[in-house]
Design a protein around this ligand. Structure first.
Ligand SMILES: [Zn+2]
Length: 179
């Protein structure tokens, strides 16, 4: 065991952390806090969605894929690799779409869907985003639960994290005409 976080009624144990850093709690809430850069916590009901959208713009992520933007904890806190794929499928958007091709309203729907799926899975038990489990994550070559097309997967981003999507339900954005 590398780290143990204990509060009344719960203990969280971590075995595989390569590095464990600790900070005095007196610094939480200050700019010196190790979590000061994080976006709103989507696991908390009523998270500030507008703040997430503002952060997407302020961080200059226009050329970054949606899959990577959703994982960026500076934008919003909580979405991990599983939910990244599930949220894009739920909204019918290609996870490789650059942020610049996504309207503010679509961005809002993606964040609100992320919050809804995260909050629905806070308890113990297997994660489920659709009846029967997950929609696309871990389902490479299996039929899409909406249209039956084989689910595809690829690796995206600097950390080459795997992304799953349905090529039929989540088509790439239309390319602007070449003049
Ligand atoms: Zn589909």
């Amino acid at each position: 065991m590398r780290a143990l976080v204990a509060v009344p009624g719960w203990e969280a144990v971590c075995f595989a952390a390569p590095v464990v850093r600790t900070f005095p709690t007196a610094r939480l809430g200050t700019m010196a806090s190790p979590v000061a850069h994080l976006g709103p916590d989507l696991c908390v009901p009523g998270a500030d969605v507008d703040a997430c959208l503002d952060r997407m713009e302020q961080l200059g992520l226009d050329d970054i894929s949606l899959a990577e933007v959703l994982l960026d904890q500076r934008v919003a806190n909580g979405v991990g690799n599983v939910y990244k794929s599930e949220v894009c499928w739920a909204r019918g958007v290609d996870p490789a779409t650059p942020l610049r091709a996504v309207s503010r309203e679509q961005r809002r729907e993606l964040i609100e869907t992320s919050a809804r799926l995260l909050q629905a899975n806070l308890g113990s038990g297997p994660r489920a985003t659709v009846a029967g489990g997950l929609a696309v994550y871990g389902r490479r070559n299996r039929p899409c639960r909406r249209c039956g097309s084989p689910i595809r997967s690829t690796r995206q981003g600097d950390q080459a994290r795997v992304t799953y999507w349905c090529p039929t339900c989540q088509p790439p954005p239309a390319r602007p005409p070449v003049l």
